[in-house]
Design a protein around this ligand. Structure first.
Ligand SMILES: [Zn+2]
Length: 112
């Protein structure tokens, strides 16, 4: 249930943005969620519905874009998105997770 602070932060950011830009109503919010972030879209939506009341983003529609983690090959340095395996598609070598990748949660854009 670590979506709660994440959503609180998100609404704070949106409030700040809409205050600065004079936006009265946000209609849609496009979010990026990394596959390893452990953040579940439905939970974000649930908290958002509760917490957005009375804010400029109240009732906005949330769109989730899920992004894979990225891997880097130990042998050839090739970088590629994580799908099923940790095997480099180029040379067959072993790849490792790029630090921090797949853990993102960010607001990509908003529609007003
Ligand atoms: Zn490789």
């Amino acid at each position: 249930m670590h979506e709660l602070p994440v959503v609180q932060d998100m609404i704070k950011t949106l409030d700040k943005e809409s205050g600065e830009k004079g936006i009265e109503k946000i209609r849609e919010i496009n979010l990026v969620i990394g596959e390893l972030s452990g953040i579940i879209g439905e939970c974000v939506q649930m908290y958002f519905d509760m917490l957005s009341l009375g804010h400029s983003c109240e009732g906005a529609r949330l769109n989730f874009e899920h992004v894979p983690a990225r891997l880097r090959c130990d042998s050839c340095g090739n970088e590629f998105p994580h799908e099923k395996s940790f095997v480099c598609p180029k040379c067959g070598g072993d790849a490792k997770l790029i630090k921090g990748s797949g853990r993102e949660f960010l607001i990509k854009s908003v529609e007003v």
